[in-house]
Design a protein around this ligand. Structure first.
Ligand code: SF4
Length: 352
């Protein structure tokens, strides 16, 4: 394809990089469960699970899910409580609900969506997932572009990209658009996308890229420009101060006091109750951090280990959502991942 960018960075270079990357991927690509016995359903599920989640964390969830709900229909018809329980620990629970809604829509369709644009009409599917699903699952000619791919392309083509693109993800994506068009090999875009994902995880990593074992090192611009891969690119993030939340640990009343969350992202998940500000003098027994939508929450758990005179400590949530759950029943209800971990740690500590 004759484009300004293709001329600037060299079509031949782009095609040579593609070929070497595909060769490298054939030999060294990751063996992942959703790449074995590939199916469109498995591709969609894996893409939904991998939004904001590392591959190693998603694998056991993917395997359990495929065993319990192996098709769009099985997920569409599942009770929501079971969906949430199975997703419990993966975080970002709106993804679980959206995935079920997506399955419910798919089973009513006469045919599957076929283009990234059509996939993006479904719940929980953004531009990256849509391009990944269509290219990997349906051989559509699109290359899914995320931070990983941007990093590799910026490093390879730093010699002609404006310096601002090293710090600004959106600008980088815009300036690389035409290059990405040139990268497309009809019928091989899914493989190129997966090769780039693996290459960005195994070789061209964010902080310590393994340049000495990089199969495309001779094409990389960083050495030529004497620039450090450890700092390029360095996309700036807006930093916000952490939000402090206080929770109540109340045991000794036949179980642990939990509250069914009504917040949209965590709706129907159980968590430790929020403690009213009046009682912040209760001792803190555990502190943990969690990040939701880029905001860091520091959660402090205060101890009230008694059964009498509960009313002064009653949490701020409404009574109907507060429940006392026996320890042996904790695995039967959906609990957000950070709270399940926190409860496990406190129980282990108290039973020492
Ligand atoms: S040489 Fe290093 S920075 Fe360049 S593409 Fe290879 S791993 Fe990435």
């Amino acid at each position: 394809m004759e484009t300004k960018q293709a001329k600037m960075c060299g079509e031949e270079k782009i095609h040579a990089i593609n070929n070497i990357l595909l060769e490298w991927w054939r030999e060294s690509g990751r063996q992942l469960p959703w790449r074995k016995n590939r199916s469109l359903y498995g591709t969609v599920l894996s893409e939904c699970m991998l939004q904001q989640t590392r591959v190693s964390v998603a694998i056991p969830y993917f395997l359990r899910w495929m065993e319990r709900f192996p098709s769009f229909t099985a997920t569409a018809e599942a009770p929501e409580e079971e969906i949430l329980l199975l997703w419990s620990g993966l975080g970002y629970y709106s993804r679980a609900r959206n995935f079920q809604k997506l399955c419910q829509k798919i089973v009513k369709m006469e045919q599957f969506p076929e283009t990234p644009r059509e996939w993006q009409q479904l719940p929980g599917i953004g531009p990256y997932s849509a391009a990944a699903i269509a290219s990997i699952g349906q051989n559509y000619d699109a290359i899914a572009l995320d931070g990983n791919v941007l990093r590799i392309l910026i490093r390879l083509h730093a010699d002609w990209l404006p310096r601002e693109t090293f710090r600004d993800k959106n600008l980088a994506a815009k300036n690389l658009q035409l290059l990405i068009e040139v990268m497309k090999i009809p019928g091989r875009c899914g493989a190129i996308g997966e090769a780039l994902m693996d290459f960005g995880t195994e070789i061209c990593t964010p902080r310590g890229p393994k340049c000495n074992s990089c199969p495309i090192e001779k094409f990389c611009s960083l050495k030529k420009l004497n620039l450090s891969a450890a700092t390029i690119p360095h996309f700036s993030k807006a930093t916000r101060p952490p939000v402090h939340v206080h929770r109540l640990w109340c045991r000794g009343i036949g179980g642990i006091w939990l509250v069914r969350s009504q917040r949209s992202r965590l709706r129907d998940f159980y968590e430790l109750p929020v403690l009213s500000e009046k009682f912040l003098s209760l001792p803190v027994i555990h502190t943990f951090r969690r990040t939701i939508c880029g905001i860091c929450y520091v959660e402090h758990v205060h101890d009230f280990d008694g059964s009498a005179a509960l009313s002064p400590f009653f949490p701020t949530e409404t009574d109907e959502n507060a429940q006392i759950i026996a320890v042996e029943d904790l695995n039967k209800i959906p609990i957000s991942g950070p709270h399940r971990q926190c409860i496990g740690k406190i129980l282990a500590e108290k039973e020492k």
